[in-house]
Write a protein of this length. Sequence first.
Length: 490
Amino acid sequence: MNFTSFLDNNSILFSNKKAMINPKKGESITYSLLLKKVNSLAYELKKIGIEKGDRILVITGSKPETIISYFAIWRIGAICIPVNPNYKKEELSKIIENSEPKFAITWDDYDLPLKSISVKDIPVSDVYIPPENVSIDDICQIQYTSGTTGNPKGVMISHSNWMASVEAERWALDLNENDIYLGFYPHFHSGVTWGITSLRYGATFIVMERYNLMDYLNYAKEYKATILSGMPPVFYDLLNTNAEDYFDSVRCIITGGATLSEEIWRKFSEKYPKIKVVNAYGLTETLVLGSGTVVPYNYQYLSKGYRSVGIPVAYTRVKIVDSENPDKELQKGEIGEIAISGPGVAKGYWRNKEETEKTFRNGWLLTGDLGYLDEDNVLYITSRKKDVIIMSGWKIYPSEVEEVLMKHPKIAEVAVFAMYDEKRGEIPAAAIVLKPNTNANSEEIIEFCKDKIASYKIPKHIIFLKELPKMNNWKILRRVLREKYGGFPS
């Protein structure tokens, strides 16, 4: 078996139908051409010596060619490693050191310590590469997500994880081949699953390379989108825009990646009553909805007053465990750590036995999120066990940012924490203690970070303090900083 086998059937069933459209470039790819492009790249990879099990870095951004690269790699039984093209050299080097890729697929010139090929240079031919026969549990992807230690963790995703994910997302959206999905989730992020789900079931994927409100509205209207990608900042934009005339064809919008507040969800549903909100909860480790929970398109009452993240998808189990003793399961209504089991749960972390054993226990994934189940097995998220900051769906790990800031010659101590932002949910802030007899301002600190970490990780607010709050004079209390300076609604 091989996950990409569906491309062969779709090239027959939907031969001349548009699979992907890149509106910025005015280009489209039919299902028959999609298979040709995948086979052509797969052929080139095999020609240069890529074999089953080899690991391939993919640094191409968000565009149809990125999806094609994934399919080509999977088709020959190799393993793709998606990477954010905005990563700086230090961030990228950690991933390369851990994954030891054999080759890279790029878009533009990229300074890499390994051989690469530009996907732009691949000629399209009629060559046919049959899908490599792999085991259902063979790894096809290593998706890196930063750890609480600041070091990236490579989530091992299998062919069967992908099968579970697309089936669950199709059910959640009630998706079929007549749908048109407008997606802006980055293709190097696990949110790309929704776009691949649309391709699996013969729909059309309108590819946005990045979110822009007016493009989003115009594409929805021009291409008669039926399903929209979304996240809390987009809901915020739409509440402050008269967009009704752009959405005549839209039947639902996806949200996930960060908590959608009850107030914004309610206001959105009142302003756009014809658009149903599919509120999904999942992680990279569950390949989003592969084993997650959701308020599905056809069962909106499960939002329970715009508050829940719905019920487990098929074949998935969710339980609440004691956050200090995960072997102890809690009762309905009790708040604890959310644990998930199911076919979408990843195999663990690549070459990281310690973190794998901590997070994947006895067939259950410990999510690090806190919540509770009600009497109907509907899940509610209350907070996060970890210190992760989620800004517009992007995860920012304080220790990683702190590590960079501590390299500044004037900084003695630093703690990065979340501040409330109405549009983005959370933004990173840094509390800094300077070394004696030194002076610095916010602009200097922010400028220092610009060539060291991706822009979204850079603190948006700098607070200078004489000392940081600590427990027993050593453990920094980010919680105290969040409560004092975060500005979160009570």
